[in-house]
Write a protein that binds this ligand. Structure first.
Ligand SMILES: *Cc1c(COP(=O)(O)O)cnc(C)c1O
Length: 371
């Protein structure tokens, strides 16, 4: 076993990520590896950056794919924007808000948490109240699309609050990007990070990030350099920054970047608005299918993400056995996290997986598993 090649089966990935990756994107990752300072590669980096700006709907110069999964982009944003002793307000309505709290505490920040029930959107009024009693706060951080619960928060309203209270806004859009509208410039978001394996349908391992000029200025004005050498954007930009001269910082994951670039071309061919509409339409089909099986959703209809659906496990049903039986049929769905463990299944409809056929297969598979 150990000295044979690994040939994974073809699964239908309907969990919280990764989502299915198209043959076209997989084949792009198999193109020849070239040097990461090769002039051809440098041109390719510029093209990739341009596509990311298009995707984030921003002109931010500081837009690049961090070499690492979504959590790496997340940690990079917090590490660059926070200094020890800074006050940060964090909206926590699920596992990823909790991760923000843990990271900020490790970085020596003074953390103010605005809690909300898991399964609900962030309460904008509660955030406003917290910002009012914490006038020294320098950052407002929130998760746009909480993958642990399926709740969608009002990113535009939260970013506006941050401005009004003289904070930088720091947004997790790992699961939202490509699946629902994300508008960095129109919403005036200062820092955002995402991941490749959710609605972008790339293999996991890269984290697109984008920072506004205000955020870049905050980094330049730091008293102490960023503790993490690897994640220090002022150093990373010597490689990813424009101007034609690229200096070695770390070896870029060349082939993974081919995949990201190709996936962004696929998305551009479909059109961002068309992709958002497809996620919304397929979500409607899933709602109908789950209702047909008598299954209920955790999140109120007007706060639901189309791309991540928390479906309540009915009384008396062995939730793990159902997931195992679905996997036997080649369908992966996710389990509940934290306080939702054992209570919900998480059904992803992300990127390539957001298709009518996915819903039809899951509908059949679940009907069988539940009978
Ligand atoms: C998946 C996810 C992350 C973490 O991304 P990884 O690639 O798993 O490190 C962060 N935030 C949200 C909302 C996510 O869904």
């Amino acid at each position: 076993m150990s000295n044979q090649g690994f040939y994974p089966p073809q699964r239908l990935l309907m969990g919280p990520g990764p989502s299915n990756v198209s043959r076209r994107v997989l084949e792009a990752t198999a193109r020849p590896t070239i040097g990461h300072l090769d002039p051809l590669f440098v041109d390719f980096m510029d093209a990739t950056k341009g596509l990311l700006q298009w995707l984030f709907r921003t002109d931010n110069a500081l837009t690049l794919p961090v070499s690492g999964p979504g959590t790496a982009g997340m940690e990079a944003c917090f590490a660059n924007l926070l200094e020890p002793g800074d006050e940060i307000v964090i909206c926590r309505n699920g596992a990823f808000g909790q991760r923000m709290v843990e990271m900020s505490e490790r970085m020596g920040a003074r953390v103010v948490v605005v809690d909300q029930d898991w399964g609900r959107a962030v309460d904008v009024d509660a955030v406003e109240a917290a910002l009012s009693v914490h006038p020294d706060a320098r950052i407002l951080a929130f998760v746009h699309a909480e993958t642990s619960t399926g709740a969608r928060s009002d990113a535009r309203a939260l970013a506006r609050l941050a401005r009004e209270h003289d904070c930088l806004s720091l947004m997790d859009c790992v699961t939202s990007l490509g699946g629902i509208p994300v508008e960095l410039d129109a919403w005036e978001v200062d820092a955002a990070y995402a991941g490749t394996q959710k609605c972008l349908s790339c293999p996991p391992g890269l984290s697109p990030v984008s920072l506004s000029e205000r955020a870049a200025a905050r980094i330049r004005a730091r008293e102490k350099p960023v503790q993490s050498w690897f994640m220090d954007f002022s150093l990373v930009m010597s490689y990813w920054g424009g101007g034609g001269k690229r200096a070695y910082h770390h070896t870029a994951p060349v082939n993974a970047l081919y995949g990201l670039h190709e996936a962004l071309l696929v998305l551009q061919e479909e059109g961002l608005e068309a992709s958002w509409a497809r996620h919304e339409r397929v979500h409607g089909e899933l709602v109908a299918a789950m209702e047909d099986l008598g299954l209920a959703f955790l999140v109120p209809a007007d706060e639901r993400l189309p791309q991540l659906n928390t479906v309540k496990v009915p009384e008396g049903v062995d939730k793990a056995a159902v997931r195992a039986q679905l996997l036997d049929e080649g369908i992966e769905i996710g389990a509940g996290l934290g306080p939702l463990a054992g209570k919900v299944w998480r059904v992803g409809l992300m990127g390539e997986s957001a298709r009518s056929e996915s819903v039809a297969r899951l509908h059949r598979g679940l009907r069988q598993a539940l009978s």
